[in-house]
Ligand binder design. Structure first.
Ligand SMILES: *Cc1c(COP(=O)(O)O)cnc(C)c1O
Length: 403
């Protein structure tokens, strides 16, 4: 791969991303190594995907073991890993039934279609309204960008799907005013990861649950980013006494292998009759074998309890850096989904911070122009956390002195 470098991106790839200059070649735990064998501590975790770090031996074993057995059979045949994973997901959540796909956007597409179809078949075709929230993110299909609350992502792609209402996030009164018997579903994230790591208030989630019940609407919880241990609970809803009707999960589910799932009850699932929805690769044996291994590793007290211990360590380090540089006012989010909120005089500099961090050997993410995001592996070693924070401090000191 001698002639492959960052310039190849501009030459051969569509310009819808702006990757940084380094190209990682290998990963080991929470460390990445680039083409020049320079090493980085990974606080980005593939955007909340690599929940067990890179090249976890048990995931590599699950993948290679399945790779020598069976890769793909299509949906005219069932396969063992998919059935075992579906069984496990129903045992560890509220759900009775599972639909597999390959990405968070597809899992939400299925959830939204399911909600429309359930309302259509149960109450009639007038009940088609979907309520969503500004700042929300649910994927990049045409339906999910239309439901998402960032108009930049849907503008220029019209005509868009209809009967979608956007309301302010965490505003119970606005929801009380808007929801009606015409509403078929309300979709919400427990934490809005893509628009600045903004937590949904507990009372807001409780109000959605209650108002959905009184209006015969379904509550769809998008746990694509918060699920699979990220918050210190297997799913974020499990911290509250609020059960959704439909839950979507993706990102960390395969520990880095693409897989997603839409979970629901038997009562709702029954409207997806044979032929009503599908996916060629969804539920393929390779993805499901890896996800089964990942879920078994993550759904243990030691991993889940370790999440908040690691959060405390990281947040203490971020506070130390903020005290030295004056860059940030505090943190948001839960568990290892951390939003580091910049002080007003640092507003707009999250991307610059990401680059400075990378130059000092640590990878972080941007959640919005004013919020840096960290979503490291749930099992990142304490030593890597400390070293990564040290490097971040160096990068931030350089930025602070330069500004
Ligand atoms: C990342 C994300 C999605 C989209 O997932 P893809 O796998 O990119 O399609 C949807 N919802 C939330 C909350 C996400 O964080």
């Amino acid at each position: 791969m001698n002639d492959i470098n960052r310039a190849s991106f501009d030459r051969y790839m569509m310009p819808n991303y702006a990757p940084v200059g380094v190209i990682p070649v290998t990963g080991q735990g929470s460390r990445l190594f680039d083409q020049a064998n320079r090493e980085y501590i990974d606080f980005a975790g593939g955007i909340a995907v690599n929940a067990l770090g890179h090249a976890h031996p048990k995931l590599v074993a699950a993948l290679t073991d399945q790779a020598s057995k069976l890769w793909h059979v299509s949906n005219i045949l069932a396969n063992e890993p998919a059935l075992a994973l579906a069984k496990m997901l129903t045992e560890v959540t509220f759900a009775d039934k599972v639909f597999f796909s390959n990405s968070g956007g597809e899992a939400n597409e299925a959830a939204l279609k399911l909600a429309r179809r359930y309302a259509h078949d149960t109450y009639g075709k007038h009940k088609d309204e979907i309520i969503a929230f500004s700042g929300g993110f649910h994927g990049r299909t045409l339906f999910t960008v239309s439901v998402g609350g960032q108009s930049d992502y849907s503008s220029g792609f019209g005509p868009l799907p209809q009967s979608i209402t956007h309301l302010p996030f965490n505003d119970i009164e606005a929801l009380e005013q808007a929801i009606s018997k015409k509403t078929c579903a309300v979709i919400v994230e427990p934490i809005q990861g893509e628009s600045g790591v903004v937590d949904a208030d507990h009372q807001f989630l409780a109000a959605i649950r209650k108002l959905c019940n009184t209006n015969q609407a379904l509550m769809i919880l998008d746990e694509v980013q918060t699920g699979v241990g990220r918050t210190g609970h297997l799913y974020a809803y499990q911290r509250y006494e609020i059960t959704p009707d439909i839950l979507t999960t993706a990102k960390a589910l395969g520990g880095g292998f693409p897989i997603a799932a839409t979970l629901t009850t038997s009562e709702i699932a029954k409207v997806l009759v044979v032929g009503s929805h599908g996916s060629t690769f969804g539920g393929n044996p390779l993805a499901c074998a890896v996800a089964l291994a990942a879920l078994n590793l993550i759904n243990t007290p030691s991993v889940l309890n370790g999440v908040n211990k690691r959060r405390e360590l990281i947040c203490a380090g971020l506070e130390r850096i903020a005290n030295k540089t004056g860059c940030a006012i505090g943190v948001r989010g839960q568990g290892l989904l951390i939003g580091w909120v910049l002080r007003p005089d640092w507003h707009g500099r999250a991307r610059e911070i990401m680059h400075a961090a990378q130059s000092s050997g640590v990878l972080v993410l941007v959640a919005s122009p004013n919020v840096v995001r960290l979503a490291p592996s749930l099992v990142i070693p304490t030593g890597d956390i400390e070293e990564g924070l040290g490097r971040l401090e160096q990068g931030m000191m350089a930025l602070a002195e330069g500004s």
